[in-house]
Design a protein around this ligand. Structure first.
Ligand SMILES: N[C@@H](CCC(=O)N[C@@H](CS)C(=O)NCC(=O)O)C(=O)O
Length: 201
């Protein structure tokens, strides 16, 4: 059985919880308090961060790498596109999400960030999200009409917009509609921790 070490408010851990629930197989989630980390976390992950996935002698860290492994190990429903060209495009999207959006999420999640750094991160996220919003006037999900791993990776940020103090303008309405579609999925709802539920009323 797979065990996921997961932070109860960690957006990266939330990605892995969503995938585990989408797959509907047996797994165990161990909640980690990131302000009081268990000693063995640093043994499992050299960066001493959650999420970490353990399955027998396999120990993985990095949310997107964990998720691709779960997707290949339990192929139904498949979350990375089956076609190699689309799959490559999907990986590029995942890379760009990290580089252009989630680097700023890291700043907002880091208790040591200054107010100025946080403000800059909010501005960059507002700009980045507003830029991708028009995509959702034409299609239901990031890659087209099918829900995929890229939607999984983006969802935890969209869930936290109010929590992070990010207010998007009218032109981002298609993105917010898309977000509601993600939030209604059974696996998304099941994967929420009580602390995450409290982020949105
Ligand atoms: N790139 C990593 C980021 C993981 C991450 O930033 N985890 C945070 C919690 S959201 C953490 O464990 N922070 C504790 C620390 O860095 O000391 C991933 O995608 O899994």
């Amino acid at each position: 059985m797979m065990t996921l070490y997961s932070g109860i408010t960690c957006p990266f851990s939330q990605r892995c919880r969503i995938v585990l629930f989408e797959k509907g197989m047996d797994f165990e989630i161990k909640d980690v308090d990131i302000f009081n980390k268990p000693e063995d976390l640093a043994v499992m992950n050299p960066y001493n961060q959650v999420p970490v996935l353990v399955e027998r002698d396999l120990v993985l860290h990095e949310s997107n790498i964990i998720n691709e492994y779960i997707d290949e190990r339990f192929p139904h429903p498949q979350l990375m596109p089956a076609d190699p060209v689309q799959r490559a495009r999907g990986r590029l999207f995942l890379y760009r999400l990290e580089r252009e959006l989630f680097t700023h999420v890291q700043v907002l999640e880091n208790a040591a960030s200054t107010k100025k750094e946080q403000e800059r991160a909010r501005e960059a996220l507002t700009e980045g999200l507003t830029l991708i919003a028009p995509v959702f006037t034409k299609q239901k999900f990031v890659l087209g009409e099918e829900f995929s791993m890229i939607d999984v990776s983006l969802a935890p940020l969209l869930w936290r917009l109010d929590h992070y103090g990010i207010k998007l303008g009218k032109s981002a309405a298609p993105l917010l509609k898309y977000a509601e579609r993600l939030f209604q999925r059974d696996a998304f709802i099941e994967a929420l921790t009580p602390a995450e539920k409290a982020m949105r009323r």
